[in-house]
Design a protein around this ligand. Sequence first.
Ligand code: KIV
Ligand code: ZN
Length: 555
Amino acid sequence: MNYQKYQRMYHPVHLENREWCDKIITHAPIWCSVDLRDGNQALYSPMTIDEKIEFFEYLVKLGFKEIEVGFPAASGTEFDFIRRLIDENRIPDDVSIQVLTQAREHIISKTIEALKGAKNAIVHLYNSTSTVQRAIVFKKDKEEIKQIAVEGAKLVKELVESQLDGNIRYEYSPESFTCTEPEYAVEVVNAVAEVLKPTPEKKLIVNLPSTIEVATANVYADQIEYMCKHLNNRDSLIISVHAHNDRGTGVASSELALLAGADRVEGTLFGNGERTGNTDLVTVALNMFSQGIDPGLDLSNIDEAIAVFEKCNKIPIHSRHPYAGDMAYVAFSGSHQDAIKKSFDYFENMPDAKWANPYLTIDPSDIGRKYEPIMINSQSGKGGVSYVMENKYGYTIPKAMLPEFSAVINDLSDAKHTVLENEEIHDAFKNMYINIVEPIKIYSYKSNNDEASTTVTATIGYKGTISMIEGHGNGPLDALCAGLRKFFDLDFEICAYTEHALERSSSSKAATYIAIKYNDDEKVFWGVGVHENINTASIYALISAVNRMIVDEVE
Ligand code: KIV
Ligand code: ZN
C-alpha cells in the first residue's frame, strides 16, 4: 500500500499548559441535533416533510432544545418543512430551531425568509477556512476567506435585525476547522464576533467542526483548548463542537473536546451523517449516563429511538452499535456469561446499590432492554449453559454435572458453526439425561419397609423381555440399586444426589439428579428424573444413570 502518498492534514497545536487531559466530564453539554440537516443530507433518500416532522417531534420528546432543522436555501422541501414547523406552531417555546447558511448573499436572504415568524432560532453561518479549501476549492488567500465570513456575518445581522422579530441567535462555523491553522481560525472567529457583537447575555455560538476527522482525538482537544484560551471575550461565546467520524473516533473527539472546554455538542442519533457519520449523540449521552451523570436526554426507550431513526432514515442500526445494537447485551464467552450472571445474582436484592457489572456498562433495563438473549456458541462455557437451563427451563444443574453437559453443547455448536437456540440446548439435555428408557425401562415399582430395611420390587423391560427385579437396602433408591446391581451384574454406587422443584414447569414437578460410578473406576454417569412424585423422579434418575452406564459399556 502506497502510504508515502499521504501526509498529515492537520495543524498541531503547541499548547503550553495543556489542561484537558487532567479533567473529567462532570455534566451534560448543550446538545444540538443535526439529524435533520447533516444527517438528512447524507441519506440516499432524504426525508420527506412528513418524516422530518415525525423526526423533529421525536427529537423534542427526547429533550433536545436546539435542533438544526435544515438548509432552507438548498431545496423546496427544506424551505417548506421549516415553514410548516413555524406556520403550524409545532415548535415548543423552549426549543430553538437552527438553520444553516453559506456566507453568500442569495442564500442568506432565502434563509432569513424561511425564519419569518420563528420565536426562537439560530442562524448558523459557515465558510471553509482550511489550507486545502483555500488553495484548491476557493483559490483565495487568508484575507479574502476572512472577508467572506465577515461580509456574511454583516448581512446576516442586517437581515435578522430588519426582517425578524423573534429571539434570533447566531452561530458561526469556520468549516474544516481541524485543517485550519489555529492562529488563523482565531483571527477569523474574532473578526466575525466583532461584527455580531455577542454579550454574556446573548452569546455567539462558535462551532469548531472536525468537518473531516484527520487526527487522533487528542489533537482535536488541543485545538479546542487553544481556541478557548485565545478567542476574545470567551464569556460571550458558546464553544460548540461538531465532529465527523472519518477515523471512527467522532465520539472520542467530542468527549475530549468537552474536557478541553467545549460547552455544546452537535451530532446525530446513532451517528448518521456525511460519509462515516457525525458524532453519535446517543453514545455520548449514554457514556455520561453510565458514569452517573444526568445526560439531559431521555433515552429510556432505546427501541423507540431506533424505530423512529430506521423509519425516517431508512438505514439500519449496526448490531454492534454501543448501547443500541442487537448484540450490545449479549455475551458469548463462557467466563463473561458467568461473571454477568454472578453480578446479577449479587445485586438481586439490592435495588439501591450502585451498578457494577464486569461486562455490562449499564443495566440494559434502564434503556428498555434485557440481558436475556444469552447466546451459546462454541466459545461459551458452563456459565451460559447453566444460565439458560436455569432461567429458561428451571433446571439447576449440579456444578459437578456442568462440565460434561457444557462440553456436549460446545461440540454441538462447533459442528453447527453457529449459535444454538435455547430449545436446542434444552433438547440436548432431555435426550441425554432425562427419564432415559433405553435399554432399561421401568414400568412399575413397589417399595415395602420393615424395621430392618426397604424392599423394592420393580417391573422392567430390557431387550424385549419383561422381568421382575428385587433388591433390599436402607431406602427405596438404595434397594433399587441393589436389585439392578444383581440383575445386571453391575458394580456401581451412587456418588451424587440433588433434587429441586421444577418451578417453571406448568404442573409442579420434581427434578432429581443422580450420579453413579463403578466401584473400581472414577468415571461418573449422570441421570435426571423428572416426575410429579419426588420418589419416582429419583427412581427415574437412577434408571437414566444406569442406562447411560450400560450404553457406555457397550460402546
Ligand atoms: O461538518 C461541518 O463542518 C459542517 C458545517 C456546516 C458545520 O457540517
Ligand atoms: Zn458536518
